[in-house]
Design a protein around this ligand. Sequence first.
Ligand code: ADP
Ligand code: MG
Length: 559
Amino acid sequence: DTHKETRQFQTEVSQLLHLMINALYSNKEIFLRELISNAADACDKLRFEALSDDALMEGEGELGIQVEYDKDTRTVTVRDNGIGMSRDDVINNIGTIAHSGTREFLSRLTGDQKKDAHLIGQFGVGFYSSFIVADRVTLTTRRAGMGAEHGVRWESDGSGEFTVETVEKAGRGTEVVLHLKKDEDEFLDEFRLRHIITRYSDHIPLPIAMRKRDDDGKALDEWETVNRASALWTRSKSDISDEEYKEFYKHVAHDFEEPLTWTHNRVEGRQEYTSLLYIPKRAPFDLWDRDRRHGIKLYVQRVFIMDDAEQLMPTYLRFVRGVVDSNDLPLNISREILQNNRLIDGVRSGSVKKVLGLLEDLAKKDPEEYQTFWDAFGRVLKEGPAEDYANREQIGRLLRFASTHTGEATQNVSLADYIGRMKEGQDTIYYITADSHTAALHSPHLEVFRKRGIEVLLLSDRVDEWLVSHLHEFEGKSLKSVAKGDLDLGDTETEEEKKAQQEAEEQVKDLLPRIQEALGERVKEVKFSHRLTDSPACIVLSEDEMALYMQQLLKQAGQ
Ligand code: ADP
Ligand code: MG
């Protein structure tokens, strides 16, 4: 019983396919990179699973990828002997999009090809990129360890339906056959295919082989490796070009765009490991999704162990992508063991230092690029001082805020910038938190600061209240909310100002008790204040109270 069935793509897949084919057409050769990337992942997974179940190798331990073309049938084929897929795997992985938030993502597409190409890249279309050049794709696969009768064939013309049937497949792994569209004959060319493989997939640590040909161009039954086939991160830095680093990033991060920057380190001594860590350019559309994948792949002695090794990066650096390859960890390590492992803790703190150092360098050398980073991931990094107390000074140097200095919403003022502009006699970094930039900018609390020419940081991200409750000082200067407690502006006021204030206070002395009486229980205390210059009154919280808007947030959340 081969049980052939026809199924519909998820609506999202159909939409995405249609948009993608247009948006990525100008860069259509990347289909090959994506298929090779998947083939390499499949081999990695098999190698790992075989560590605990050798039978999965089925006596064929040489893992590899083959690419071939056939002018007669007008097909390009990518084949691997990796982990393969069961029928359920195929239905779940191909033809559906598991990401939550896909619909919202699609609604952001504009129809403008250039802009959409970026968005789609951010989404990571992987396998579907086959349909840029093919009008029919046939995928045949068999999961390692299952009998030859459990092969599966999936086929689609990319227009909304696909078929799945059970077939015989002797070898394990996956074969993808692209039936090229009418005008895509350029890919039926030895030189062109080799060129694409070396350009995009040279770093794949498995042999990618093509058939040898005789003098008449007839394909022979012999294969030759066309890529370099060594794990990129094991090579020395001086031997790796920027281009290679970037292509490797696209593979590990499943990203279509180039990374912003990276750091590649070999650590020797008490512990031995290599890390290659990247900062992406753009936040993935599911950055705030709790279930989203984490970014670090763990290898032990070149053997892939797991994706998304969340123990290797703290949450506030969850945007970092890359690989860590340890020489010391046991090959049979599990997620559970990772959780309480001294070696992992060492790798993690070393990697955090590298990432923070990388960001600091970027901020110094290229403030514009750093701003790109900050706009994409600043709100995530702001979780840092709470999560990683030990590194809070260094994280503090990376923070950027909006401020009354410009009044603009762009967060581009560092704490060091602020300190550099402090008034004579000022020893405090002032900030205000509010639920929007406009609300912060127009707060009556700022009046006296404006009058005195004292800068105030304008904080309006949700995470800001959390941030300032964990970052009490920076380089010896305390951080203080302008809306909390007594306001001592130090020696920034002149003698005349002080005198004028005393006189004013004297004049309204009798008024305060009457207001206090009128407001009764609703306030703790009515005080004379020098905070205001134009507004007659404002609400001030005592030092230990949560900021007002935080209270409102909690109330909204039903607490
Ligand atoms: P991604 O690689 O980012 O997960 P893709 O669209 O490229 O997205 O692939 C979707 C999924 O299909 C993969 O995650 C994998 O589970 C499965 N898959 C694709 N190609 C292969 C393959 N050659 N062997 C095994 N599984 C594959
Ligand atoms: Mg992929």
